[in-house]
Design a protein around this ligand. Sequence first.
Ligand code: S3P
Length: 441
Amino acid sequence: MPNHIIIKKRIKNFSKQIKVSSDKSISIRVVLLASQAVGRSKISNLLESEDVLNSLKAIKKLGIKYIKKKNTYFIDGFGVNGFTSKKNITINAGNSGTLARLILGLLIKTNFSVKLIGDKSLSRRDFSRVIKPLKLFGVNIKSKNNLLPIEILGTKYLRPINYYESIGSAQVKSCIILSALNTPGITKINAKKSRNHTELMLKFLNYPIKIKKENNFDKISVTGLRQFNAFNYDVPGDISSASFFIVLTILSEKSNLIIKNVNINPSRTGIIIILNKMGAGIQLRNKKTYNGEKVADIFITSKKNLKSINCPSKLNSAAIDEFLIIFLAAAKAKGISRFKDLGEMNKKESKRLDLGIKFLRLIGIKVKRFKNDINIYGNPNLILSKNFEIKNFLKDHRIFFLSCIAALTLGGKWKINDKDSIKTSFPNFLKILKNIGAEIN
Ligand code: S3P
């Protein structure tokens, strides 16, 4: 089977209602927290992508049993620090930075050592951001140049820390929060704002965690060594996956789309704010709160006259995984769009800032870059007719999705490699695209 797809036609008008895959950040957290709960947790609509399947494999190696019946996973936890293994083990986090960084927090008290490895992309990513706070807790952790493989051996002699998290990384913040569960006393984190699913889940589980919101920071304190009970969770749709369908609809002609039951946690909805500032008119309807998280249906219609944006950098964290597709919207907007301080994009599954700029230039869009700031010179009349081939993007799923949406809205003949990358976060991406009318070979 070839691992590429061919797109030769723009998508025709559509009017559809879809569901996108379940939220990846929430799915990984639900698996990890169920592994620490007391009793049997029941999880429906868990995302079955590689990142989440690797999370399930990891807890299984750590002695946690689970079964799947129909659409539901049942996970049997033994409480906080309930991992067991008679021998030292290796955990493969695959492509997932979230799994790798979060699980380290749950391993700081184990009495066996764990070697953490990952795929080529993950093995290039920097772990100093979590190794530094983990060492402060007192754990034994070894790695060469702060890269994978990492070896961690837990200790009984842990101490709570007081940490200033200045990157705005939810993975770092969550690693510290999960470490705090195993640590006596109160761990305090002053964290630059980032997605807050871990905090919301622990609150929903009645775990003693306190959050004081300040302007750009959250002051979090977590009391260690408490237990929490098993829980039920129905995972909502992923706004990061929805984002590709949102921009597809906006840039298509005379089309409209409803995406049902998507997580709209304000720490994730930067894309909606940004696109609406550009005149997209996206609406969130049927808003509800579920287990502390907000969900809604997203209503989108095609828009001919997108405006450029001067994007406030305080929205960066809430749109960090969506900038690639936002850049495509900016490429079709009238005027120069400005984005600032996007260095974190280069620390993702691939160097997304560099590749995003390369992509825009490939489709004939002028881009000026000043370190981590970029200006995109939009062209509302952009139509493509040439041949394009997308390859060598470290199998980054989001570059694959971006390429498909560009092909389906701008035209041209596209060969897009590494189709398998969709398994990371959104295995039924191509199926849904075909259902709304895309012709893909
Ligand atoms: C994630 C946090 C973000 C994001 C990633 C998922 C999470 O990374 O880019 O895709 O689930 O915590 P950082 O925390 O490194 O910004």
